[in-house]
Design a protein around this ligand. Structure first.
Ligand code: PLP
Length: 371
């Protein structure tokens, strides 16, 4: 089997798995209890918080554990909207993940005005577009750091500066790139940033939301006083520990992994170019490593995906979260891709475990199927 769908999820880091095991089997105490049996889980949770904070240049008390990217996005958007009593406006982009888009749509039904910014043909949100839409009545701007379908990395620092000039909060969904590209929350100057462990070789069902100290945000999960009273629910200690180990390991090899993946990417593109197949690559030149969105002229992406599957190759059409939705992806619509290409779009997302041999087998298979 060749796994080339790393934007959908990644393989669990072996060391992360080993680090999790004791907290599932022996050290199963509730991290919020005061007795000594809970000391180790509590200590492990706070060490994990410090490791994660260090990886993105945040302070430990700015990291809040969640159940993953979807919860982090929902919290950032709904939590900042309801923390202001004036139903102020939200601005996001047309190419966000459904976790952001549907959270915004929910707020619209509750009376919050939402603007969905258009992007250019590479999926970029222009600073000038945000400047046109933003007003002093904008509560929050939420723009993703990198797109999950086409890999485009957005100019977050510039966009956050525009938001701050108008007194708005800025959130970024960085789920696709945490652990894959260097991220320094102080440099990009965001107020909130979402991440999900399973995208960087951590376990599924755990993630975090970075919330800059002093940011006014309400909690959206009501219950106990965990996470400084901001996110109720018993801590997923094993998941949190596994997430920290996976992130630390990825961050230590960030450049090495990215260089390997980019060299594979180049080989894949060269092989396709040499094959003479009619295709376009979607996304900006500045994209997340390994995210390769390819649109083949007059091809049927579903057919291609299933033929590749029969050959033991896992890729996706659009994003995994949209795979049940047979309509044309909202991202391809937003970049205005010609229909003859749009319907033949697949996403190959390479990861650190892929090899040159994998890339050769993928390109050989595509060329064979399409010719
Ligand atoms: N945001 C982006 C950009 C994603 O790619 C995903 C997952 O595909 C999510 C959010 C949701 O993350 P999770 O699967 O952890 O809920």
């Amino acid at each position: 089997m060749i796994y080339a769908d790393n934007a959908a999820t990644t393989k669990l880091d072996q060391e992360a798995f080993e680090a999790m095991k004791p907290y599932l089997l022996e050290e199963y105490g509730n991290a919020s209890q005061p007795y000594s049996f809970s000391r180790k889980p509590k200590k492990a949770t706070s060490e994990a918080r410090a490791i994660i904070a260090d990886c993105i240049n945040a302070e430990p008390e700015e990291i809040f554990f969640t159940s993953g990217g979807t919860e982090s996005d929902n919290w950032a958007i709904k939590g900042s909207a309801v923390s202001d009593s004036d139903n102020k406006a939200i601005i996001t982009s047309q190419i966000e993940h459904p976790a952001v888009l549907n959270a915004c749509k929910r707020l619209e039904t509750l009376g919050y005005p939402v603007a969905y910014l258009p992007v250019d043909s590479e999926g970029l949100v222009a600073k000038s577009t945000l400047e046109r839409f933003i007003t002093d009545n904008t509560r929050l701007v939420s723009i993703m750091l990198a797109n999950n379908e086409i890999g485009t990395i957005e100019p977050i620092r510039e966009l956050a500066a525009v938001a701050h000039k108008h007194g708005s909060l800025f959130h970024t969904d960085a789920v696709q790139v945490v652990g894959h590209i260097p991220i320094d929350v102080k440099t990009i100057d965001v107020d909130m940033l979402s991440a999900s462990a399973h995208k960087f070789n951590g376990p599924k069902g755990v993630g975090f939301l970075y919330i800059k100290k002093g940011t006014e945000i309400a909690s959206i999960l009501d219950g106990g006083a965990q996470e400084h009273g901001m996110r109720a629910g018993t801590e997923n200690v094993a998941g949190i520990v596994g997430m920290a180990v996976a992130l630390k390991n990825n961050c230590e090899k960030l450049n090495e992994n990215a260089a390997h993946i980019i060299s594979l990417e180049k080989k894949l593109i060269t092989a396709l170019d040499e094959s003479g197949i009619d295709y376009v690559r979607n996304g900006a030149h500045h994209h997340s490593p390994g995210n390769i969105s390819l649109s083949f002229g007059h091809a049927d992406a579903e057919m291609l995906l299933h033929r590749l599957d029969l050959l033991g190759i896992c890729v996706s059409t659009g994003s995994a979260c949209d795979s049940k939705n047979t309509q044309l992806s909202h991202v391809l619509k937003a970049i205005n891709l010609e229909e003859k290409y749009a319907l033949g779009t697949i996403r190959i997302s390479l990861g650190k475990d892929n090899t040159e041999e994998c890339v050769k087998r993928i390109t050989d298979a595509i060329v064979k199927i399409l010719s």
